[in-house]
Structures are given as C-alpha cells and as structure tokens.
Design a protein. Structure first.
Length: 95
C-alpha cells in the first residue's frame, strides 16, 4: 500500500513542478450544439462520411456529436469541424 501512496506523491510533485508550483485553473467544458453541427453540415451538402473524412474521425462519431451524445468534445475536434465546415468554432458552440 505504501507504494501506491509514493506514486501519488510523485505524481503530485511532478504536476506541481510542471505547473510552476501553483494550482492550474481547469478549463470549463465546452459543449457544441448537435443541431447546429447537423444544420451546417446539411447546408453545405456534406455527408457524415465526408465530414468524418475531413476531420479524421468516424461517421458514427459525427452522428453522436449531432445527437448530443458526447458531453464535451476535444478542442481539436471542434477546431477541425469548424475548419471542415468553413465556419468560426464559436458557431458550433451551444448557446
């Protein structure tokens, strides 16, 4: 059990070193609007498969995003979706 405690202490110390010895603020979860994503995709006559290929994802992942089944997608995913749809990333965000 002591080794588990030692690992936790090492992780805590290395985290604080990377953070300059202070607690780093966490980023608020960003949620995109599935309805907006689907609307933008359909207005551009792009299929889920085509959008997934442009983003480097799977069509099922795009479907889950459109149905709001994914709570907080990665920021890189949001940026890739925005670039593929030629919109500002803010247009995809939930109001």
């Amino acid at each position: 059990m002591w080794y588990f405690y030692a690992i936790c202490v090492i992780i805590e110390v290395s985290y604080k070193r990377r953070a300059g010895g202070v607690e780093m603020p966490t980023m608020a979860a960003v949620k995109i609007s599935g309805a907006k994503l689907k609307s933008l995709r359909e207005r551009r006559f792009i299929s889920r498969e085509e959008l997934a290929e442009k983003v480097g994802s799977h069509r099922d992942h795009i479907g889950r995003l459109e149905r709001d089944e994914i709570e907080s997608p990665r920021m890189t995913t949001i940026r890739k979706l925005a670039a593929a749809l030629d919109v500002d990333p803010g247009e995809l965000l939930d109001d």
